[in-house]
Design a protein around this ligand. Structure first.
Ligand SMILES: [Mn+2]
Length: 240
């Protein structure tokens, strides 16, 4: 089996020139794997702000969505795991796109390897403030509230929230703090699985511990990194 894992594209719904270039790179990457991939795992924060109303989607994501749909038409299985920027789903990805959506974690035995995949923001328990915020914005009432606003207004509020959460990401200590939380969690989880794959810290890596392997797909803001699992063997690669 040939599996690709990516996370933290942070595609914008309002794009500056640099975001357009990043989006182009994402599309070229998806293009390059469409005939090779059996499965593509989108491990959270693919969209910097993802929200679906009952009858509307955000138009700037259309080029990437159409590319993902082309992969689906080629028979590629696509798994989307929620991040801390894209967790409000209705039925668009599942029913219209044929993408499997997981709100927390994804577990599967891939070529004999017990593989646990999650964005990871849920497991940075060393950040209590974020954990409270996470609970608050993930509830049904908040989703209903946003869904009842005019889309332009909802996006305006949402982008302010997402900006404050992005500001934190830029600081290096913040990323390192996240990474420490993720590694702590991964080591614990590796007692029951063979491989833990996370995102969120934007730090691409593969590390081997006593009980198994921790891997992080990195990001597409500075690293343009991804994980490829071929017949059970995992590799960290950088898209040029
Ligand atoms: Mn994240």
């Amino acid at each position: 089996m040939n599996v690709y894992v990516v996370s933290d594209f942070h595609l914008k719904f309002k794009e500056a020139q640099i975001d357009l270039e990043r989006r182009e790179k994402v599309i070229n990457f998806l293009d390059s794997i469409q005939d090779k991939a059996d499965m593509l795992v989108l491990n959270g924060d693919i969209f910097d702000l993802w929200f679906v109303w009952n009858d509307f989607i955000i138009k700037n994501y259309f080029p990437v969505l159409i590319k993902l749909f082309q992969l689906r038409l080629k028979g590629v299985r696509i798994v989307f795991i929620a991040g801390n920027h894209d967790f409000w789903f209705k039925n668009f990805l599942t029913d219209t796109m044929g993408i499997e959506v997981y709100r927390e974690d994804f577990f599967e035995i891939i070529d004999g390897v017990k593989t646990f995949i999650s964005h990871g923001d849920k497991y940075t328990t060393n950040d209590l403030r974020y954990q409270i915020f996470r609970k608050m914005i993930r509830n049904k009432f908040m989703m209903w509230l946003f869904g009842s606003l005019h889309p332009n207004l909802a996006l305006k509020i949402g982008s302010n929230m997402s900006r404050s959460s992005r500001k934190k990401q830029i600081a290096k200590n913040e990323l390192n703090k996240r990474e420490q939380g993720l590694i702590k969690f991964a080591k614990e989880k590796l007692k029951v699985v063979d491989r833990v794959i996370l995102g969120h810290s934007h730090l691409p890596k593969i590390e081997h511990y006593k009980n198994g392997t921790y891997a992080n797909a990195g990001d597409w803001i500075t690293h343009f990194s991804y994980l490829q699992i071929t017949n059970g063997k995992i590799e960290l690669l950088f898209y040029k």
